[in-house]
Design a protein around this ligand. Structure first.
Ligand SMILES: NC(=O)c1ccc[n+]([C@@H]2O[C@H](COP(=O)([O-])OP(=O)(O)OC[C@H]3O[C@@H](n4cnc5c(N)ncnc54)[C@H](OP(=O)(O)O)[C@@H]3O)[C@@H](O)[C@H]2O)c1
Length: 332
């Protein structure tokens, strides 16, 4: 790569792609080079709205453009594997929306392919790069609340989406766990690490995807995490970390929060305001630019191992709650 600007391509022009691209335009290291949709009208409207240099009505055409450095995959979960592989096999680095794949086998194969080709690959876990999350990590390193004893986090919204939408459609990877339950799980991984034991329960829709999922995670040092996700009701979407000297609360929505409360025992509560830029995606975009400019194939903040840990947890929860997807039957 000889140019100073990173040329981005966007694959799948739905809801999150629109918010993401608004933030991409805020980055001085990035250029929106190309967008691709399955639909010509959508590609043209999106491309013109955000001043993309090229717009395509096929994903294949985008990955064949030699000017593109990195592709942001914003298609439904069940296509992340196929579309990431399409990009990697055409020499493109990838930022892939969460969950990176439907199961461990897919995520592992994607990482193997990227590593073999010396291409950058990262799961778009934007929470990691939100300034309030960075602050949380520092506070925990400083042991401001002492030793952690347990955490609690929830992510629930009452979805009115149609049964065939990606929220509920099994063929598109629908269900609460993979879509939003991934955020409480990710928080548990960055605060407590990999659990030694998982107990999971779920309730399913008529389409056979989970509309409620709860997990109790236990750790070797006896700490616990209590996590919930649901598409049945609006829940607080907060996270609290309980320690021997007090608590840290991440205000709603905790996965991209802008306010943290620190409550030490017998002290008054301190509230810290930490705004993010744009819609919050700006920070992960800057991380990708930074990694590509440094010729890194992996982010140290959101490394491949974290994506493997996340999907392993979700595979185990799915096993315990008997939640099966067509992708699980695919031979890779
Ligand atoms: N990080 C975040 O904050 C965040 C937020 C929301 C979603 N996400 C993730 O982003 C991904 C997309 O979510 P979204 O809410 O943007 O979904 P969406 O609005 O349904 O958009 C998905 C896009 O994927 C493309 N697509 C390709 N094949 C498809 C198919 N068979 N059915 C439907 N769409 C297909 C379509 O784009 P074209 O028609 O243009 O090809 C569609 O507009 C999901 O994996 C989700 O987990 C992340």
């Amino acid at each position: 790569m000889y140019c100073m600007l990173i040329n981005w391509g966007i694959l799948g022009l739905g809801k999150v792609a629109e918010k993401f691209v608004a933030d991409l335009l805020l980055s001085k290291d990035a250029k929106l080079a190309a967008v691709a949709s399955r639909d010509k009208t959508n590609a043209e409207a999106f491309g013109k709205k955000f001043h993309a240099l090229y717009y395509y009505d096929s994903y294949d055409a985008l990955v064949q453009n030699p000017e593109i450095d990195v592709v942001y995959i914003a298609t439904p979960h069940s296509f992340h594997f196929e579309h990431t592989m399409l990009c990697l096999k055409n020499g493109k680095s990838v930022l892939c929306e969460k969950p990176m794949g439907m199961n461990f086998g897919e995520v592992n194969a994607m990482i193997t392919e990227a590593t073999k080709r010396k291409l950058f690959l990262m799961e778009a876990m934007w929470t990691r790069f939100i300034p309030a999350t960075e602050k949380l990590i520092l506070l925990l390193q400083e042991k401001i609340i002492g030793e952690i004893s347990f955490i609690r986090a929830d992510f629930g919204f009452r979805s009115t989406a149609a049964p065939e939408s990606r929220v509920f459609n099994k063929a598109l990877g629908g269900g609460a766990l993979l879509d939003i339950g991934i955020y409480p799980l990710y928080l548990s991984l960055i605060t407590l690490g990999v659990p030694s034991e998982i107990k999971a329960v779920a309730r399913k829709t008529n389409q056979g995807v989970d509309s409620f999922s709860a997990q109790l995670l236990s750790y070797a040092d006896r700490t616990k995490a209590m996590l919930e996700s649901t598409t049945e009701a609006n829940t607080p979407v907060e996270a609290t970390i309980y320690g021997s000297k007090g608590t840290i609360r991440l205000f709603s929505r905790f996965h991209h929060c802008e306010r943290i409360a620190i409550q030490l025992h017998e002290k008054s509560e301190e509230i810290i305001h930490i705004p993010y830029v744009g819609n919050g995606y700006f920070h992960e975009i800057e991380e990708v630019n930074h990694c590509l400019l440094a010729n890194a194939i992996e982010s140290t903040k959101m490394p491949h191992q974290m994506s493997l840990n996340l999907i392993k947890l979700m595979d185990e929860i799915r096993k315990q709650t008997d939640l099966h997807y067509p992708a699980d039957d695919r031979v890779l």
